[in-house]
Ligand binder design. Structure first.
Ligand code: HGY
Ligand code: MN
Ligand code: MN
Length: 407
């Protein structure tokens, strides 16, 4: 029994046109009109596949396929929101392979013992609203609903107001419920599977993640008549923070990665000394204690850079997710399915965060990776060959079937 490759490919093309960029990538930011269109597309096809669709308080969408017994379900999920000028595979592949699994169960007229439910999480990317994975975080009880509702984007728009505006402010409580397993198929977003010529990654866990936000207040002034000796330039301090954050990764070494991805300058014109700079700091490592070591180093880099330039700052370490190992029995089931499908696979760790990270806090979770060409992701070049997608989707189908037949 296999999934229908052609049908999956057609769905990827169809959904991928919603928010498509001129260069063939995807910009479908959470809770924008394109996100609404993507959600609407998924809901229509979930209903067409016979699923009972519900929406919860965070706009998470559930499509339930009834089982023979009212037991805790097997969940398959991911997200349909993207980063700006991102790719068509991150998140989208997981929800479409989940939908294809449902369709294949229908094709083969299989009534599984347990319900099988497809879940689409809101704002996984954390591109528009921070932090990332905010909706699975609320479900896991790690983020308060009110805090999530009051999160604002760069234009000061509230998350809850956008949920309402696009018609996805559901009434179902966004709370943890028992499930047999949560499965997420996702692109690796790194180079390992492709380098080793493998089709599937059996994911054992996800790295620890820390996000910080820094605002530096200098003295805005004229770029011409202001002598260098009296300047307090927020961007000069920020530049030293950027290189200092990179240096921390080199000093600590190992698997630590550090990134300053967002930097906004005010007033951001040629002839004014920047008075204010806001920037982000993303750090990740498989070990929680490495982040515990790195964070005080960030504090020192920021303090020294701002003292040198005579500027004030606010630094907030506002989001932290611990290293998350997946449930051994789910990892084992994924490995069995990869073997049964005859695909070339290996066990692997995720350097990217996923909703599976929070789902693992409330039940047994596991992930299936498929390769990323050149290891690239969060860019328009993101690509995964269809043969690998078919192998990954068949693995998801087999593991969902196995777990949904268990007592
Ligand atoms: O940040 C992440 O790792 C994910 O793409 N949201
Ligand atoms: Mn993703
Ligand atoms: Mn992503």
């Amino acid at each position: 029994m296999r999934i229908d490759r052609k049908r999956l490919e057609r769905s990827m093309d169809d959904l991928g046109r919603i928010g498509e960029t001129p260069r063939g990538g995807l910009t479908r930011l959470a809770l924008t009109d394109d996100d609404r269109r993507g959600r609407d597309w998924m809901v229509a096809h979930m209903r067409e596949a016979g699923l009972r669709v519900t929406v919860d308080q965070m706009g998470n969408i559930f499509g339930e396929r009834a089982g023979a017994e009212a037991l805790p379900p097997v969940l398959m999920g991911s997200h349909v929101d993207s980063v700006p000028t991102g790719g068509k595979y991150d998140g989208q592949l997981g929800v479409l392979c989940g939908l294809e699994t449902i369709r294949a169960l229908n094709d083969h007229r299989i009534r599984t013992r347990r319900p099988v439910t497809l879940v689409i999480f809101t704002n996984e990317e954390g591109a528009r609203f921070q932090p990332a994975m905010i909706a699975s975080g609320v479900m896991a009880g790690k983020i308060a609903l009110e805090d999530a509702y009051n999160t604002r984007d760069a234009d000061g728009i509230r998350l809850a107001d956008e949920l309402e505006r696009i018609g996805y402010l559901g009434s179902e409580p966004c709370v943890a419920r028992p499930f047999r397993a949560y499965l997420e198929l996702h692109i690796e977003q790194g180079p390992i599977l492709e380098e080793e010529g493998l089709s599937v990654g059996v994911v054992e866990g996800i790295v620890a993640i820390s996000w910080s936000r820094l605002t530096i207040h200098g003295v805005q002034d004229h770029a011409g008549p202001t002598p260098m000796r009296i300047r307090h330039d927020a961007l000069v301090a920020a530049a030293q923070v950027v290189t200092g954050v990179r240096r921390i990764a080199h000093e600590i070494g190992g698997d630590l990665v550090t990134t300053v991805g967002r930097l906004t300058v005010s007033p951001n014109i040629v002839n004014a000394i920047p008075g204010k700079v806001a920037l982000s700091i993303d750090m990740r490592d498989p070990k929680n204690e490495t982040l515990d070591r790195a964070l005080p180093l960030v504090d020192r880099v920021v303090r020294d850079a701002c003292e040198r330039e005579g500027v004030r700052y606010e630094l907030e370490h506002y989001w932290r997710v611990p290293f998350t190992p997946f449930a051994p029995d789910v990892v084992g089931a994924v490995e069995r399915a990869a073997k049964a499908g005859g695909v070339r696979y290996r066990r692997i760790l995720s350097g990217a965060g996923h909703d599976a990270q929070y789902m693992a806090a409330i039940g047994p979770a596991g992930m299936i990776f498929v390769p990323s060409r050149g290891g690239r992701s969060h860019c328009e070049e993101e690509f995964t060959p269809m043969d690998d997608i078919e192998n990954g989707a068949n693995t998801l189908f087999l593991v969902a079937l196995e777990l949904a037949e268990q007592a």
